[in-house]
Design a protein around this ligand. Structure first.
Ligand code: AMP
Ligand code: ZN
Length: 130
């Protein structure tokens, strides 16, 4: 059983912020920034490809509601919402989850950089669409 399934069945502890029939949210043990939270479906889905649309729709609604609440209550200035899928993308727990990362300033501990590359955009779009 995966570590998040153990949290869901309460066999290991977590600091739970929200819970309903299909979704649970708890503080990330790493606290990358203060208030860093994970929103997780209670059913074990490996990643975004695996989850059904109805559960995902509810999950993302909870992500939105909690993001607003965490930002307000923690006095944050922004929020990053992050979902890693696959080892290459940095997924370490193979149970789908969204990170809510409150942001205070650019030196608050979270960093995500977009490096620009010259690419043939049309060729890429054709590859994806055809
Ligand atoms: P990811 O790299 O997207 O798979 O993120 C997994 C996250 O789960 C990391 O940020 C970990 O700090 C967090 N994590 C792992 N184990 C626990 C745990 N027992 N309780 C809370 N968060 C955890
Ligand atoms: Zn699981």
């Amino acid at each position: 059983m995966c570590i998040f399934c153990k949290i869901i069945e309460k066999s290991i502890p977590a600091t739970i912020l929200y819970e309903d029939q299909t979704v649970i949210a708890f503080l990330d043990i790493s606290q990358t920034t203060r208030g860093h939270t994970l929103v997780v479906p209670k059913e074990h889905f490996a990643d975004i490809e695996d989850i059904d649309d109805n559960t995902l729709a509810h999950l993302i609604k909870v992500v939105k509601e909690l993001s607003v609440k965490i930002k307000t209550k923690m006095g944050a200035n922004g929020i990053n919402i992050l979902n890693n899928n696959g080892l290459a993308a940095g997924q370490t727990v193979e149970h789908l989850h969204f990170h809510i990362i409150p942001r205070y300033d650019e030196h608050d501990g979270f960093n995500c950089s977009f490096i620009a590359h010259q690419e043939d955009l049309l060729a890429i779009a054709n590859l994806i669409n055809n």
